[in-house]
Ligand binder design. Structure first.
Ligand code: ASP
Length: 516
């Protein structure tokens, strides 16, 4: 066979990138499950006669911390509680701490003084985390220059403040509407399934003991959210600072202003800058393509590390809660979003979801709308025919303020916690949940694990104890991955709707009649 034939054959058989990413996701999940961090092993570093020793503690029946007169006992399934409890001591306190480890085989406990650190034992699945971290960082660094350049060019070609205002008003209106629908679905499903009533009280106590300390530090973080402040903050005082600190709304504002002004300074003056940003945008898009070639590797590492670290037991405990969240998300994704896409944007839902395979997979593995933004922009433009003018405005805005998945999750979580504590939320209170979840989701930063912190705003509004977050922290990562998929799909759907209503949706790329 000639060399060219060989190459042709190879390229013919070469699997599509999204299939490779999917395969990486599956293999990474299996890898992570096989090399799961052992819940009955701990690595202890302690000091003996001035030198540091390392010991592997396995299969303890009970483990006691003795500190002065007081002591605290933990059982064999309490790995997380042990780690949390130990973290509560500072360096000097640890010097006076003694660990007694009881195993079934030995009558006398093993005794360790002056523990320095207690950690889970890493496995190959968690050790490859840096590979995933590099992939994530590559996606993150590209987002800001991509948004800036594309939006400046987009606004410059739009060239009319009224058009931009109309686009903005429409986009924000639809965003708020879809978020409200998502929350309503969440509230309905959590009231039907009542996952909080299905949680046995001993599980509740165990969850609180294990996650409470972690939660206290999170609650102390700043979770205030003020709509007026957010609004005022959209205007940056220093655009360079906005870019440096990735303030997406400020960047959007600055880019729109520059783009619009460029259309006013005359063609001759505007041309070099427009050409510059156009070239920057094209380069960044190309870079997205290049980075995505490493996606199978990155996705494998990210998912393997996440699954490897995940304690599956907790999923059993919180099974009904997870069912309520994931059920609601699926309903919104394949119900609301499908309907919106089919009847308003006039794009076949099948085509829509096929077009978004890549960004949805990336959102699932990274749990970050911000990291997914470049991929979402690329797929929405290329596969769905939404022009850059629209994607460069609608998608960064959506990544920041439109979180259908997060808001739905926040509604379910708030009511779940209320159910566990035995609070019966009135209709008025459920309405408060709706309104505050809209705000909380707008205030949620598009990075992993922020949705659960902003949930505090919802809990405060209806006087549910904030510590209740400890109940759900253990499964948050999986639910974060799922809600991020819905977050970014919601953004892309609205981009299609806006493009259709502006008459700029590329029909040949996105018509309903077109097959797959
Ligand atoms: N991880 C979510 C996102 O990036 C936000 C959250 O709900 O935590 O969209």
């Amino acid at each position: 066979m000639s060399k060219t034939r060989l190459v042709e054959n190879f390229s013919f058989r070469k699997p599509k990138l999204h299939n490779m990413i999917l395969l990486a996701l599956l293999l990474g999940t299996i890898f992570g499950a096989v090399f799961n961090v052992d819940e009955h092993k701990l690595e202890l570093r302690y000091r003996v006669n001035g030198t540091e020793e390392l010991v592997l503690i396995e299969q303890w029946e009970s483990l006691d911390f003795v500190h002065g007169e007081s002591s605290e006992t933990f059982g064999r399934d309490d790995q997380i509680a042990i780690l949390q409890f130990f973290r509560g001591f500072d360096r000097t306190e640890r010097k006076n701490l003694t660990l007694l480890v009881y195993t079934r085989d030995e009558e006398e406990p093993s005794r360790y003084e002056e523990p320095i650190s207690i950690e889970k034992v890493e496995t190959i699945a968690t050790l490859i985390r840096p590979v995933g971290a590099i992939f994530l960082r590559l996606l993150m660094f590209i987002a800001i220059p991509l948004v800036l350049a594309s939006l400046i060019v987009g606004a410059a070609t739009l060239g009319d403040i009224r058009k931009v205002a109309r686009l903005g008003g429409k986009t924000i209106g639809i965003y708020v509407a879809t978020t409200c629908v998502a929350i309503t679905i969440g509230l309905t499903i959590v009231n039907l399934i009542k996952p909080g009533d299905r949680l046995p009280s001993e599980s509740q106590e165990k969850l609180m003991a294990a996650y409470q300390p972690d939660i206290s530090t999170r609650i102390e973080q700043e979770v205030e959210f003020d709509l007026i402040d957010t609004f005022v903050n959209i205007v940056p005082t220093n655009p360079i600072e906005a870019l440096a600190s990735a303030e997406m709304l400020q960047i959007v504002f600055f880019a729109v202003m520059v783009g619009l002004t460029l259309s006013l300074v005359g063609k001759e003056k505007a041309q070099p800058l427009v050409a510059f940003f156009d070239s920057l945008s094209a380069t960044m898009i190309k870079m997205v393509n290049l980075i995505m070639l490493t996606a199978p590797l990155g996705v494998f590492a990210l998912i393997a590390a996440t699954v490897g670290e995940f304690g599956f037991e907790i999923l059993q405990t919180l099974f009904w809660y997870a069912v309520a969240v994931v059920g609601g998300l699926l309903l919104h994704l394949f119900g609301t979003i499908s309907l919106l896409v089919r009847f308003v944007a006039k794009v076949s839902p099948r085509k829509f979801f096929r077009a978004l395979r890549k960004p949805m997979l990336i959102a699932f593995t990274t749990s970050s709308s911000a990291a997914t933004l470049p991929v979402n922009m690329e797929s929405t433009e290329k596969n769905l025919g939404v022009p850059k003018q629209v994607t460069s405005f609608v998608l960064p805005l959506g990544a920041t303020i439109n979180m259908d998945g997060t808001s739905l999750y926040q509604a379910v979580a708030a009511v779940f916690i209320a159910q566990v504590y035995g609070f019966d939320l009135t209709l008025g209170q459920q309405l408060t949940v709706l309104l505050t979840a809209v705000l909380a989701s707008i205030g949620t930063a598009p990075v992993p694990g922020v949705g659960i912190i902003m949930l505090i705003i919802v809990l405060r509004a209806v006087h549910i104890p904030e510590e209740g977050i400890a109940l759900i922290l253990g499964v948050d990562r999986i639910l974060d991955m799922s809600r991020t998929v819905v977050n970014i799909a919601g953004d892309a759907a609205v981009a299609c709707v806006v493009a259709r209503s502006e008459g700029v949706l590329n029909a040949s790329a996105a018509s309903v009649n077109e097959s797959g």
